[in-house]
Design a protein. Structure first.
Lengths: 115, 112
């Protein structure tokens, strides 16, 4: 069994300040973990993925995430927020490297960027 | 390379009707998956098709069905719509089912 908990339903930051979106997971397997972003009226876009290689994963648009097995966490960070980062972010755990049968989505975190 | 396309983008139906949604995967991708996204339940996996066969299925009732054609295009059908079926339906494709999935923009279905 696997599950994902995104600890904040909404996060608000000022433009130019750091972003932290928190995600904890539970998995009976060695998990693959992903962060997806969804802009309004758009599909999901993959930001980054962890698949048991380096624990610090760099993604697109300056985002990165660190896999911490001891804390069962996979928090998403960005040093400096941009207005275009305003979107819904989903943490996803997979038992099969991202395969369709094993994807479990978190409830999402709505990121608000204040000017 | 063109991305995943879904048609139509928006659809309004009434309760009791049936609906068919279409998804064209990225060229060369053989796996197509469908997801339902609602404010209350979030993103939920419906089913996955690979080489014209349903390979995996989520926990949805029988009025949700799908199929995949030889060119990997997929359709999702809801036989008898209920108000609770109002949602954004997302399709995703991948090469073999494992690895990264690429999502389409979705079809926004409203059931009145």
């Amino acid at each position: 069994a696997q599950s994902v908990t995104q600890l904040d339903s909404h996060v608000s930051v000022s433009e130019g300040t750091p972003v932290l979106l928190r995600c904890n997971y539970s998995s009976s397997y060695s998990p693959s973990l992903f962060w997806y972003v969804q802009h309004p009226n758009k599909g999901l876009q993959l930001l980054l993925k962890y698949t048991s290689a380096a624990t610090l994963v760099k993604g697109i648009n300056g985002f990165e995430a660190e896999f911490k097995k001891s804390e069962t966490s996979f928090h998403l960070t960005k040093p400096s927020a941009h207005m275009s980062d305003a979107a819904e972010y989903f943490c996803v755990v997979s038992k099969s490297g991202g395969g369709a049968d094993g994807l479990t989505f978190g409830k999402g975190t709505h990121l608000i960027i204040q000017p | 390379k063109a991305g995943v396309t879904q048609t139509p983008r928006y659809l309004i139906k009434t309760r009791g009707q049936q609906v068919t949604l279409s998804c064209s995967p990225i060229s060369g991708h053989r796996s197509v998956s469908w997801y339902q996204q609602t404010p209350g339940q979030g993103l939920q996996f419906l089913f996955e098709y690979f080489s014209e066969t349903q390979r995996n299925k989520g926990n949805f009732p029988g009025q949700f069905s799908g199929r995949q054609f030889s060119n990997s295009r997929s359709e999702m059908n809801v036989s008898t719509l209920e108000l609770g079926d109002s949602a954004l339906y997302l399709c995703a494709s991948s090469l073999e089912g494992a690895g990264e999935q690429f999502f389409g923009p979705g079809t926004r279905l409203t059931v009145l």
